[in-house]
Write a protein that binds this ligand. Sequence first.
Ligand code: SF4
Length: 206
Amino acid sequence: MATFFDPRARITPSAQALIGLYRLAQGLQHRLRQRGQARGLSPAQVQALLFLRYARPGVRTIGGLAQRLGCTAATASEVADALERKGLLQRHPWEEDQRVITLSLTPAGEQEITALEGWLDDLETTLAALPPAQQQALLTAVQALVRTLQQAGDVVVYEMCWGCQFFRPYAHPETPQTPHHCAFVDTPLSDPYTYLECPDFIPRST
Ligand code: SF4
């Protein structure tokens, strides 16, 4: 990284890749902002709609939204209020525990997020056109980077491992401190870690 901003230094492939990822992150943020603006939504409102579409019902609360947005509960509540005023979100007791107020999309909210989705389709098409070996290498690299960010605490986690299709319980009986395995980031997991909520969570299909 010492050579990152030094124009005289030879930029290594890993540094070049990191610069590319930084540009990619900027581009994705820009696209998200633009798509939202075009539909009269702030970036936080777009993220809240995505959260409501994909998070599990028990997590779709003001607290869960605050975690997802990385903000306070008061700010998350303001985002929810704004979406409610637009007729895109509704609050109601969660049917499994009436004490929990859960958030869900209204039919208009479903329509809105459907209109927003597809914002990554062209990038996915670009990746799908790469040779399979390059796609696999890219996936491996991304997994390693996600793992590094997770370990540094820079990626907020949302969904729990138990019930995730990447979770391999007790795959490492030889290491009791980290008995489980995450196939997404290809790393052993400790028991406490499996109770965190993970943004890479994909529910098991069966
Ligand atoms: S992707 Fe996330 S939720 Fe799934 S096993 Fe890995 S760490 Fe757990």
